[in-house]
Ligand binder design. Structure first.
Ligand SMILES: [Zn+2]
Length: 106
């Protein structure tokens, strides 16, 4: 299991409004700071739907490519090449409902 939710830190609410970096639709007021071993302190400006998609590796191709367009790098762990096909943006290893029950709902 690669996801360590302890490493996800949510900033305090800010007055600054952002548009989600993945879906490009939802307005947000938070940044999510993800700290992992490969890339230090990556900041994601994602809505709650997309932060879940990021962790479950279920982002849609448009969302994956929008993250890259918004300055993210496919070397970042949660969106690296084992999880998303670089040319099509298809998710390789999305967590299934069974996985979610096994890993997240203990
Ligand atoms: Zn979103």
């Amino acid at each position: 299991m690669n996801i360590d939710l302890k490493n996800l830190r949510k900033n305090k609410m800010t007055k600054t409004k952002y548009i989600c970096e993945a879906c490009g639709k939802n307005e947000i007021y938070n940044h999510w700071h993800l700290i992992d071993k490969s890339v230090k302190n990556v900041i994601y400006k994602l809505c709650s739907d997309c932060i879940v998609g990021l962790f479950l590796h279920t982002l849609k191709p448009k969302e994956y490519f929008r993250l890259l367009k918004n300055g993210h790098d496919d070397e970042e762990f949660e969106i690296h090449g084992d999880f998303y096909e670089k040319d099509t943006g298809e998710a390789w290893q999305p967590y299934t409902l069974k996985d979610i029950k096994k890993y997240f709902l203990k």
